[in-house]
Write a protein that binds this ligand. Structure first.
Ligand code: ADP
Ligand code: MG
Length: 442
């Protein structure tokens, strides 16, 4: 079909990776990569900047290799190249050193053109967040500062954050938009290349700082420190800060207390899963934007069967749009039913199951399952067991009894006790905090 097998294989790999890494990681580092060539069982992949190449090599190499192996058995290695640069420049350190031009400067943020207030459908579930966002966008630094917006995935945080950004840019404000992962990476890059002053001046030169998905900053001590100072500087000079998160500040258990209390000093607004009428309105709105015609029965069916996450609902719309195009016939209820079924299948495989989580913990600590669920009091085993307990509770939200069952028949009160202990321990033990984070981020 295509002339370039590398491109096609890499697309397949990306499809798999998307299911395995967090969305910010995917969007920041993987989305803009391309498979360019294939030689001697090595695939070459281009990324837009030397920094991205360095990051991919150090942080993604193992995962990419594993995924490649699954997608195409013939490939045994991957090389990352800077797009448009001759292939001798591929080693990360090399690239990092040579390309100082990528030092952070306050460039105009790249917002999604569709993420504006006018395309955001309001309803009871998001009213507080929307009105606060609008107030902030009209008078940055003068109303709620910081504004902290939290919700589950796909409920419009990034959309609202970028809508604020659009508005502020239009008023001539200097706007800085980053995910907390980008922030962290720029910060570390600054330290590594001794350009921290550039990092600082970039952020301090902004009138409006928008940080998306702050939960990923948790546990990275130095970065939290950097963020804390940036935050204070901006806040003291009445610059606007808006932060999004997948949970409220008090549940960001890996965050330093002083940072958390800063977040709590402004306005905290949540977005709930939208009710049926709002989902219908959103779907109609999205269809209209794309000039798609949907009958009411189709809209209702989709909105009823895809509760919660709006991104998934949009994915469903994309699917029916594609079916309709391929079949050259109008969007039908049958297409909608098939799309819903397909997406449900996909979502199921995406969720981490308790056994998967346990096996991640086992791998990280290098202990067997038998030992994990056993009664050894060796420090490493105890620690692995505590981390597993904590993650089953925090990340998967399992009940105490169920966790007890999964961990070899421990009783409910032992588990409660263990979770409590971990909560306290995590606050005072940075190493433990890091261990926990390493497991949940990959
Ligand atoms: P989050 O950042 O909370 O994970 P996003 O902001 O990326 O979610 O939203 C996911 C998708 O859902 C986006 O395409 C966004 O436009 C859409 N969306 C969410 N809520 C609304 C809404 N109330 N009105 C219109 N579109 C919405
Ligand atoms: Mg988001």
């Amino acid at each position: 079909m295509t002339q370039n097998p590398a491109r096609e294989i890499w697309q397949a790999v990306l499809g798999e990776l998307q299911l395995q890494v967090t969305r910010p990681t995917y969007d920041t580092w993987l989305k803009k990569t391309t498979g360019v060539s294939l030689a001697e069982s090595v695939i070459s992949v281009e990324a837009p900047t030397p920094f991205a190449v360095g990051w991919l090599e150090t942080r993604m190499y193992q995962l990419v290799l594993k995924t490649l192996g699954r997608v195409n058995h013939g490939i045994r290695d991957v090389r990352f190249l800077v797009a448009g640069v001759a292939s001798t420049n591929t080693k990360s350190e090399h690239a990092l050193m040579q390309h100082h031009s990528l030092e952070p400067t306050l460039s105009r943020p790249q917002f999604n053109g569709r993420f504006t207030f006018s395309t955001f459908v309001e309803g009871a579930s998001n009213q507080l967040a929307v009105s606060a966002a609008k107030a902030v966008a009209e008078a940055p630094g003068q109303t709620y500062n910081p504004l902290f917006i939290y919700s589950g995935v796909g409920l419009g945080k990034t959309h609202l954050l970028q809508a604020i950004g659009h508005n502020c840019l239009q008023q001539g404000a200097r706007v800085c938009y980053v995910t907390s992962e980008q922030f962290t990476n720029e910060f570390i890059h600054g330290i590594r290349t001794r350009t921290s002053h550039e990092f600082r001046s970039k952020y301090r030169a902004s009138d409006v700082l928008l940080i998306d998905d702050i939960q990923f900053i948790g546990g990275k001590e130095q970065t939290q420190e950097g963020f804390f100072h940036t935050f204070n500087d901006l806040h003291l000079s009445n610059r606007q800060i808006v932060i999004t998160s997948d949970r409220p500040p008090q549940s960001l258990s890996l965050l330093e207390d002083r940072l958390r209390s800063r977040f709590e000093s402004g306005l905290i607004a949540d977005i709930q899963a939208p009710p049926l009428e709002t989902r219908i309105a959103i779907l109609k709105n999205k269809a209209e934007q794309r000039s798609l015609y949907l009958e009411d029965t189709v809209v209702t069916y989709m909105a009823q069967n895809m509760p919660g996450n709006i991104r998934v609902l949009e994915g469903c719309l994309n699917r029916v749009a594609a079916s309709s195009k391929i079949q050259s016939s109008p969007i039908s209820l049958d297409m909608a039913e098939k799309a819903v079924a397909a997406i449900r299948n996909l979502e199921r495989t995406k969720l981490v199951t308790p056994p998967e989580l346990l096996s991640q913990v086992e791998q990280k600590f290098g202990v067997s399952h038998r030992v994990l669920i056993g009664h050894s009091r060796v420090k490493k085993m105890v620690r692995a067991r505590q981390v597993a307990t904590y993650l089953l509770r925090e990340e998967l939200g399992l009940g105490f009894s169920e966790i007890g069952r999964l961990l070899g028949g421990r009783d409910h009160s032992t588990i409660i006790h263990s979770v409590r202990r971990m909560e306290t321990a995590i606050k005072s033990d940075p190493l433990l905090r890091q261990e926990v984070l390493n497991i949940i981020q990959w």
